[in-house]
Design a protein around this ligand. Sequence first.
Ligand code: ADP
Ligand code: MG
Length: 203
Amino acid sequence: MILFSTKERHQDKKESRYRDTRRTAEKMRLAYIGLGSNLGARMQYLDRAVQSLQKLRGIENLRCSSVYETEPVGHTRQPEFLNAVVEVRTQFEPMQLLQALQTIESSLGRERAEHWGPRTIDLDILAVQGVVRHDGKGLQLPHPQIANRRFVLVPWAELEPDFIVPGLDQKVGQLLEKCRDPSDVRRYMTAQAWGEQMQKEIM
Ligand code: ADP
Ligand code: MG
């Protein structure tokens, strides 16, 4: 048995506290979330989704891209989308993050009717730092469609062009340069104006 003097014990406690904070910091991973809305008050759905994300305990340092108005891809006979990308640092495991996003989707009236159809809010995990998982069904990371979607890559590259997407091992900016998706993606509201708008709403 090792006996510590009071001073040593105090020192030891301090160190273990320091180790704990370091461990938490190491567990915080960068994650990118794609937001989309093409039903009803689209801008309000984006605002409320970001505000809900910001309130989650396992999420910090949230940063938003500008908002873009985009042509629908897939089922093209539906209203135009507003899309944006959000960067967070999170200690959630990827499945926990997905569940948190799905809870926010339901709270904002998302009904899972038609795949790729109109929706009040869609929250997809685009990528999580250091994570690649493509095990059949369920959560796929990075999101399998990102390289083909300008409505994802344009806002993402605005936010962080140098992020290297795990599994694809390319930077977001490189993926955008190579992307063949011809659909229209126009800036709708700058990141700054959006941030100010959300700030006003919570005051
Ligand atoms: P989509 O986003 O493709 O239009 P949905 O939002 O309805 O369609 O998602 C369908 C399913 O995709 C969800 O039940 C979810 O489990 C799964 N999924 C797989 N990978 C991801 C991911 N990276 N982000 C979000 N959902 C994902
Ligand atoms: Mg989705």
